[in-house]
Write a protein that binds this ligand. Structure first.
Ligand code: SF4
Length: 385
């Protein structure tokens, strides 16, 4: 059955994993925000709908939030699983500073347990060996600045679980005139959500499917809070929003589901929110499922456009037409792309269509960036400075 909207909200899935806190590196541990004590002596985390209830010494499902004594802590503050300099189109963000480079980083752990995770080595990491780089929020902003990036992405794993670190880093980015970008599944509770997005300039939110059954069965989560987050971002903030749906053969790729998802986006968020359909590659616990056929991505894009989504894209596939941006009024080519590289830039200095003048929604500069499709590591000298 296709989920039609925000109500009614089903019960959240029970927390299924709690581990002993064991040895925690106190040098990267800070008091967490968003939790409260329960009458039965446990502490409940108020960051995400899983609402882990912890005894002293236990970690939450995400592994990087834990109870130490009478407080909840984040155990990975200032520690990263790595850095990369990416084209911003790789996030994907197609309507936000096109052609520029973005400093990507993340920590470890995740509040969802997606069986198809394409970043499972980081998101499901249960050991601190993944957190190899020490980086304060100020040094992250400084590294981005020194390497010519215009923005920093909280990605690789969901910034929801390292909220305090992401927020402080986003503020440090703003201090240097850089933008902050959240790449997230949007499975977060309202108060924590306001905290996280207050300093964000753009977000790509995974809308993994449009049924509660998919979220429950394959992610151990739920759809309704994600829809609430999307509506809230769009209606209550100035954060630039794009959405990504990973199409998994036989799981979330029926015409009916894609049409329902697209219709909800148009009706609830408006037709200008870009929608990316990306291809699945067998990974993590779903190695028996085949890759998404390019034709399925093209079909999804057509359905979305027919339903009223003005800017629908394909991803993880060689499809210059599906990756390019066209005027929603007269269909003039505005931004040509091949993979993550820009091949054409036809926007006017005001960010409009040269043929009909229609303004393209998003954030654009007079001249696009020229980073291309390179993915580079961060020079060691920047990390140790
Ligand atoms: S953020 Fe982590 S500790 Fe908090 S409720 Fe979610 S999974 Fe549990």
């Amino acid at each position: 059955m296709i989920t039609a909207g925000l109500a009614p909200r089903p019960p959240e899935p029970a927390m299924s994993l709690m581990m002993d806190a064991g040895e925690i590196d106190r040098s990267s541990t800070i008091r967490a925000r968003h939790w409260h004590a329960l009458d039965d002596g446990r502490i409940e985390c108020d960051v995400c709908p899983r609402r882990c209830k912890l005894h002293d010494g236990q970690r939450g499902f995400c592994f990087i939030r834990a109870r130490l004594g009478d407080e909840l802590v984040l155990t990975s503050y200032g520690r990263s699983s790595g850095f990369a300099i990416d084209p911003i189109e790789k996030k994907p963000l197609f309507h936000f500073l096109p052609g520029t480079s973005i400093l990507s980083f993340g920590t470890a752990g995740c509040n969802l347990g997606c069986r198809f995770c394409q970043n499972w080595d980081v998101s499901q990491a249960r050991d601190s060996d993944r957190l190899t780089a020490h980086a304060s929020p100020e040094s992250i902003a400084r590294i981005a600045n020194a390497t010519g990036c215009q923005s920093v992405a909280f990605t690789f794993n969901d910034p929801v679980v390292f909220l305090e670190y992401a927020v402080d880093s986003a503020r440090a980015c703003h201090d240097l005139g850089l933008a902050a970008v959240a790449v997230t599944a949007g499975w977060i509770l309202p108060e924590a959500r306001s905290d996280l997005f207050r300093w964000m300039d753009a977000a790509n939110v995974d809308l993994k499917a449009f049924t509660e059954g998919f979220y429950r069965r394959l992610c151990g989560g739920s759809l309704a809070p994600v829809l609430e987050t999307l509506v809230w971002i769009r209606k209550k903030t100035s954060v630039w929003l794009e959405i990504t749906t990973l199409l998994i053969p036989g799981e979330n790729d029926s015409d009916e589901e894609i049409e329902a998802l697209s219709r909800w986006v148009v009706d609830s968020l408006g037709p200008d929110v870009p929608l990316h359909f990306t291809g699945f590659h067998p990974d993590d616990k779903m190695r028996g499922t085949s890759s998404t056929a390019p034709s399925a991505l093209t079909r999804a894009r057509r359905i979305a456009k027919r339903t009223g989504v003005r800017h629908a894209y394909t991803g993880n596939v060689d499809d210059p037409e599906g990756e390019s941006t066209y005027c929603a009024s007269c269909f003039e080519l505005l931004i040509g792309r091949a993979g993550h590289a820009m091949t054409q830039w036809n926007l006017t200095p005001l960010g409009g269509c040269p043929a009909c003048g229609e303004i393209l929604p998003g954030r654009f500069e007079v001249r696009p960036g020229s980073w291309g499709d390179r993915v580079e590591g961060v020079p060691q000298r920047e990390l140790v400075r």
